[in-house]
Design a protein around this ligand. Structure first.
Ligand SMILES: NC(=O)c1ccc[n+]([C@@H]2O[C@H](COP(=O)([O-])OP(=O)(O)OC[C@H]3O[C@@H](n4cnc5c(N)ncnc54)[C@H](O)[C@@H]3O)[C@@H](O)[C@H]2O)c1
Length: 350
């Protein structure tokens, strides 16, 4: 098990342990006589009963998926925590994917104005992305992640063994975020993904731990530079401007991973069009996306997609802050006039 540390200015630090068996560290870390409250994805609790704390003073099981991220669930959690008698020295263990992690993290942030949080991510997406960096949130009817807090976990225990039971579609969704980091931030991770494809797709824990170590380390570097996303942290949105628009346009029928994968093809296309990305790099990155089963499917008609693109939160005036790859493992944020984006989307082949 290897350890990383994420210490963003102005926020509590996180210790991140990555490797087979990391999930067993929960029992060790919770042996200190304090009260721990477990919030777990119901499916994960069934499949991995040993990952739940044996001595938790309370356990709440939630459905996976966006349905867990509501104000009603948040209230239910906070009230259960109060009934269990948690105090300022108590802690919350979040066991599950990004959905459970986001709502459990927000409950920990709010209860008594904030108690300790331990994240045990069980999906590839949560391991590579959502369990690190301190973002917690629930959804409102008006939109996703509209109510949240910055509340980093003190511990993140990343155990690739959980992926053995994860459905293929969820592995694919997580791979989109890993490839995003490989293309935009880390050429070495890109190489690992190219060379390690069979082992990664077979979910071999050693190789998965290696790619997670690189993906998480890249995220840590960015989060430490810009904890509250006012600058470089926006680079983590590579592929997401179009991705979010496609997801919303489909009424969330299209998976986040497939949408981000499609968005990555467009980001590469924008880079080549703007003359900041060498065509050979773009071709290599597209080949990697295709090797992992992502496709540059035809986009919906622009007038149908447009309302979702212009309401992107990364928009300023009539330009979007677009993350453009500039080489394998490098990217930058550029203001892209909406009119130019429209031209690229309608006239340039992916
Ligand atoms: N906080 C952040 O920085 C951040 C970043 C990215 C995404 N997110 C959020 O993450 C959420 C998506 O997270 P997700 O993709 O992990 O989805 P998820 O948490 O909904 O989990 C997906 C499905 O996998 C199941 N599951 C989880 N672990 C399993 C395992 N080991 N074996 C079998 N089944 C398992 C769950 O029950 C669920 O059905 C979204 O709400 C998104 O907004 C947050």
């Amino acid at each position: 098990v290897i350890e990383l540390r994420c210490a963003p200015a102005g926020l509590p630090p996180s210790r991140i342990s990555i490797g087979t068996g990391a999930r067993h560290l929960t029992a060790e870390r919770a042996r200190d006589g304090r009260s721990w409250f477990a919030i777990a994805d119901r499916r994960v609790a069934e499949l991995w009963p040993d990952a739940l704390l044996p001595r938790a003073v309370g356990v709440e099981l939630l459905p996976g998926g966006e349905g867990a991220k509501t104000v009603a669930v948040l209230e239910r959690l906070l009230r259960a925590m109060a009934r269990a008698g948690l105090d300022r020295d108590s802690g919350v263990l979040a066991l599950g994917g990004g959905a459970v992690g986001d709502v459990a993290g927000l409950a920990a942030a709010l209860y008594l104005r904030g108690i300790e949080l331990v994240q045990v991510p069980t999906t590839l997406l949560a391991m590579a992305d959502s369990s690190v960096g301190g973002k917690t949130a629930v959804d409102l009817l008006e939109g996703k992640n509209l109510a949240g807090a910055w509340w980093p976990a003190s511990e993140v225990l990343v155990d690739p063994e959980f992926l053995r039971t994860l459905p293929d579609a969820e592995v694919h969704a997580g791979l989109a975020e890993v490839l995003k980091v490989a293309i935009g931030l880390d050429a070495e991770l890109f190489g690992l993904c190219e060379r390690g494809r069979p082992a990664i797709l077979a979910r071999e824990p050693g190789v998965i731990a290696a790619i997670l170590e690189r993906a998480i380390a890249a995220k840590v570097r960015i989060v430490e530079q810009d904890p509250r996303e006012s600058g470089p942290r926006r680079l983590l949105n590579l592929g997401h401007t179009l991705g979010h628009a496609l997801e919303a346009h489909s009424g969330y029928a299209l998976s986040h991973g497939a949408a981000v994968g499609r968005g990555l093809f467009t980001a590469l296309q924008v880079g080549v069009h703007l003359g900041v990305l060498d065509r050979a790099h773009a071709t290599r990155a597209k080949a990697l996306l295709e090797a992992y089963g992502f496709a540059a499917d035809p986009l919906p008609p622009l007038d149908a997609l447009w309302p979702f693109l212009v309401r992107d939160k990364k928009r300023t005036g009539n330009a979007v802050r677009f993350v453009v790859p500039t080489a394998i493992g490098r990217s930058e944020v550029r203001p892209l006039p909406l009119a130019e984006l429209a031209t690229i989307l309608t006239t340039v082949a992916p």
